[in-house]
Design a protein around this ligand. Sequence first.
Ligand code: BG6
Length: 488
Amino acid sequence: MLHTKLDSFPNEFLWGAASAAYQVEGGYDADGKGPSIWDGFTKIPGKTYLGTNGDVAVDHYNRYKEDVSLMAEMGLKAYRFSVAWSRIIPDGEGEVNEKGLQFYDNLVEELITHNVEPVLTLYHWDLPQTLQDKYGGWESRETIPAFKKYCRALFERFGKKVKYWVTFNEQNVFTAMGYRWQSHPPNVSDLKRMYQANHVINLANAEAINLFHELVPQGQIGPSFGYGPSYPLNARPENVLAAENNDAFNNQWWLDVYCKGEYPVFVMKQLEKLGIAPEVTEEDQKLLLSAKPNFMGINYYHGGTVRENRLENTVETDVETKEFSATDPYLMQPKNEQAQSPEVPMFESVSNPYLETTEWGWEIDPVGFRLALRRVYAQYGLPIFVTENGLGAIDVLEEDGTIQDNVRIEYLEKHLLEMKKAISDGVEMIGYCAWSFTDLLSWLNGYKKRYGFVYVNRDEHGEKDLKRLKKESFYWYQHVIQQNGENI
Ligand code: BG6
């Protein structure tokens, strides 16, 4: 019934899919590529699932033509990929490597020839190792001019061919994982360093946006943020306040800087009291204010539910819920450790009693997607490009060569419906990139956790033949694109 009242997707809506260099390319030292921090980190015993790494990944570096031809067959309108900085500038700041540029030139040409709009991410976590060793990576302002040089090389080479650009992918996730949880490089657990690195990345983001607008005035650029709506466990005012605090620390802390050019007062004040606030100069403030993204990229997987932190108030007035146990990159900390976290005893993560979870414990929450789009649009007023959304699952290759991933279809269909409702609510949207096009390396979960429309015949034990096989969801998404979502 409700469906008939929904708006149609815009005619130019970009139905896409996404990936990231380290997760698909392989060719870790091909054609002069330098090492990135992920090349080293994945070799530390115990850091990734069964020691999996992206040395070969799904060999997109050599098979990009086959992959793009599958995109064309699907009718994909946009493909979001990231560039490996250390292919372009192997030591991060020195000579530009023409062969590295050439690979992306070939990929972009192939996409354009097949009518697939390229969406280029500048940074999806693979910092050149040399910058980490020499300067301490994102903790140092010296990394900013290196990033600008890398961006300039890409803007000059691809500015006329690529319209949509993403600066940083999930700054909130990679700083928390890298500097709080020691589960990403640089493998650190130090909050002051985390907030400092985060500030340097904000400056680099602003510099990249300003340079882009100077060199590619006809293009569009924005960061991609890992957004999760914040829910109170119930209507108890203390819990509602906790949800506000969670939203401030886990969303506004980044979104305000990206979209308004300033840090939110509330969070900054807490960090100052604790002596872990970043050093922000007047020059920095001016720079942040000057950079204006054209859109907000949103990666949506799920939100987070919180209650008042019981360290602050031990009165037990809530109905107990299950312990929230997953180490979850979309919340700054898992529940038990959060209670010991020095900087924010202002909320405590709990599982949402109304939501089912995936095999990896991630809550499945399509309505939260509508809420996410609505909230971000209402607060910041920028068009939204959904740059990731998808289901990680164990897919089974049947003897007849089919992959019946109906669970993924159901997941995506529910999310698309909520997105359509958000559009009908008035949210301005550019497109939607499902995560992911082919199966790829999950940073910490190897090849067991699959996201693709296209199955890749490899696993954590070996590369097998790396054959591409279309899953059931491939045909489903092909149909959605053909219909421009009218069947949703
Ligand atoms: C996002 C990242 O965090 O989620 C992707 O941008 C990542 O690179 C995706 O693969 C899914 O995460 P995971 O841990 O399930 O692979």
